[in-house]
Design a protein around this ligand. Structure first.
Ligand SMILES: NC(=O)C1=CN([C@@H]2O[C@H](COP(=O)(O)OP(=O)(O)OC[C@H]3O[C@@H](n4cnc5c(N)ncnc54)[C@H](OP(=O)(O)O)[C@@H]3O)[C@@H](O)[C@H]2O)[C@@H](O)CC1
Ligand SMILES: Nc1ncnc2c1ncn2[C@@H]1O[C@H](COP(=O)(O)OP(=O)(O)O)[C@@H](O)[C@H]1O
Ligand SMILES: [Mg+2]
Length: 276
């Protein structure tokens, strides 16, 4: 098993080239946020913007429009239940589906449309409610470069492994049957990429607060849009999310998602200019 360290993140997060524009750093689409869980989509989108994504759009319930614009004017917004969703999917390079999506019939309909519209060249991060829907309704895996971010109960739903049975070996065997990268989140997060297993060395209980996982999806999306190869970008994102939370937790009892998000640009700058 390998370890996720700052060295790995430093190798990926390098200074930006001069001859670039917003389109050089990823076109991200976040799909989620129903009337109850609008904050999840806002945290995911905020994390993407603050982790350097070039362009971020959010397909959500229109009830979240004012809140999203007020919190994050950098993001664009569309109604997830209209055909604007398919247009936005085709324009995106990286898509997140699930934060705050919910599991009702409207959510299932949106998820099925997403799975039908994505293509093999696109990165699709499947999180939260979307994982639960895939497991509950036995949806076929979509044709895309998949990244799954289950917490322990979502992993139970997706893999069939009860929490107590989620040993590294059992989880690896289950992960091998699912296409893409699996980030099995817990107090000791493991990432399964092909035959490799990576253990996160950062993070702690200050992260045990609603929205931490939503925030991770935005960082992964931003990194997938900016850095290559995808596997290294994903590993760096997992480390950076937890490490920035550790930095926040040095002076704060809780590492709230909004606090972690705010710290991202300064940490990424520091990482990019530090000796490789
Ligand atoms: N501000 C917002 O808008 C927010 C919106 N959010 C959005 O909400 C949606 C639903 O996501 P979810 O994670 O809350 O619900 P679900 O998948 O049913 O899991 C919870 C169940 O599992 C259990 N449980 C046991 N162990 C566990 C573990 N290690 N980790 C986690 N759970 C564990 C737990 O047991 P309990 O703690 O109640 O005993 C409970 O029974 C999703 O779309 C998400 O993005 C949230 O991000 C919050 C902020
Ligand atoms: N005690 C802990 N130690 C380390 N990391 C934690 C701890 N508790 C939560 N986390 C991290 O916080 C995130 C929680 O994700 P998730 O449960 O999906 O949150 P949410 O859906 O509320 O956004 C994961 O990245 C997980 O690894
Ligand atoms: Mg979650």
């Amino acid at each position: 098993m390998k370890q996720l360290t700052e060295q790995l993140a430093r190798a990926i997060v390098r200074p930006r080239s001069r001859n670039t524009y917003k389109g050089s750093f990823g076109k991200i689409l976040i799909i989620g946020g129903n009337a109850q869980y609008g904050g999840a989509a806002i945290m995911s989108a905020s994390a993407a913007v603050y982790a350097g994504a070039g362009l971020v759009s959010v397909a959500t319930d229109p009830v979240n429009r004012s809140a999203l614009h007020a919190r994050l004017p950098e993001a664009m917004i569309l109604d997830a239940s209209t055909s604007a969703l398919e247009t936005a999917i085709h324009q995106a390079t990286v898509i997140v589906v699930g934060p705050g999506l919910g599991t009702d019939t409207t959510a299932l309909k949106i998820l099925k449309r997403v799975f039908a519209a994505v293509s093999q060249t696109q990165v699709l991060i499947i999180d939260g409610s979307a994982i639960t829907l895939v497991a509950t309704h036995h949806l076929a895996y979509p044709q895309a470069q998949l990244i799954w971010t289950p917490h322990q109960v979502e992993w139970q739903r997706l893999s069939g492994l009860a929490l107590a049975a989620q040993t590294i070996e059992a989880s690896q065997q289950a992960a091998a049957k699912i296409p893409g990268i699996i980030i099995a989140k817990s107090a000791q997060t493991h990432v399964f990429i092909g035959h490799e297993i990576y253990a996160n060395t950062a993070g702690g209980p200050a992260m045990a607060t609603g929205g931490s996982g939503d925030t991770l999806t935005g960082i992964i999306a931003a990194f997938a849009g900016q850095f290559h190869p995808l596997s290294q970008a994903v590993l760096a994102a997992v480390f950076v999310h937890s490490h920035v939370a550790d930095i926040v937790a040095m002076n704060s009892y809780v590492a709230l998602p909004t606090m972690v998000i705010r710290e991202l640009p300064a940490y990424l700058k520091q990482l990019s200019v530090s000796a490789n």
